[in-house]
Design a protein around this ligand. Structure first.
Ligand code: DC
Length: 227
């Protein structure tokens, strides 16, 4: 049996982390975990229940009523996020959630809740997890850490094209503004801000297509698995 490792993928919003993580997991027969989906589901719960993001007592109470799990969707070939048994995969991708999620992800109690579950998911290794703090906080000892970057304009264009399919009224300005806003909050927050782990390998995909970035990352993974 080959050695199973943990692959941690971090980086700014919309720079292709999930696409890369999914492809690596498929190729290695590993489990892919999109941690952003967990923060999005918590944000959706708070929005639906009108929990104020500064009401710590209400947040701590609400968290006890939240159950998150992923389940594989045969039709799409990827895992969907479930919030208290409801498939919220589409709802958590809506712009109204994207506009609030960074504020929710900055709350210490929310991070403690999500990180504990993420660490439990990695106990058996054989996972590819993407997020903002995976290589720094969730799995500081991950065998492979990749920090993905891309030019902000290229990221906004890619995201805009992707969102247009499901949200046709969306504008490029809205998408670009949302990315800038999330990057700023994610990288300047007090708790577990987005930052490159010292031992992460940087993958700038501004001028790479998906296949090219996948090939680079897969080679890195193979090196670590065989080490
Ligand atoms: O990856 P994403 O865009 O779906 O993430 C949604 C938000 O959650 C984003 O603003 C950053 C935050 N996040 C985080 O703080 N830590 C993670 N491990 C994953 C996401």
């Amino acid at each position: 049996m080959p050695n199973k490792i943990i692959i941690a993928i971090d980086g700014f919003s919309s720079c292709g982390k999930s696409t890369l993580a999914k492809a690596l997991a498929k190729s290695l027969a590993y489990v892919f975990i999109d941690t952003g989906a967990m923060y999005r589901a918590v944000a959706l719960y708070f929005m639906r229940h009108e929990i104020a993001f500064n009401d710590i007592a209400a947040i701590e109470k609400a968290i006890q009523s939240i159950q998150l799990h992923f389940a594989f969707n045969e039709a799409t070939g990827k895992s969907d996020m479930y919030l208290n048994g409801e498939n919220v995969e589409a709802a958590i991708r809506e712009m109204k959630v994207s506009q609030k999620v960074s504020e929710v992800a900055a709350i210490a109690a929310v991070r403690d809740f999500a990180v504990a579950q993420q660490q439990a998911m990695g106990e058996q290794k054989g996972i590819v997890m993407d997020g903002r703090d995976i290589g720094t906080v969730v799995f500081p000892k991950a065998e492979l850490k990749i920090f993905v970057t891309a030019d902000p304009l290229v990221r906004a264009e890619r995201r805009f094209k992707e969102l247009q399919a499901t949200q046709p009224t969306i504008t490029m300005e809205e998408v670009a503004e949302n990315l800038t806003h999330r990057d700023l909050i994610d990288s300047t927050r007090e708790h577990s801000p987005l930052k490159q782990a010292e031992d992460a390998l940087v993958l700038d995909n501004t001028h790479l297509n998906q296949e090219e970035q996948f090939t680079i990352a897969l080679n890195w993974a193979k090196e670590r698995i065989e080490a």
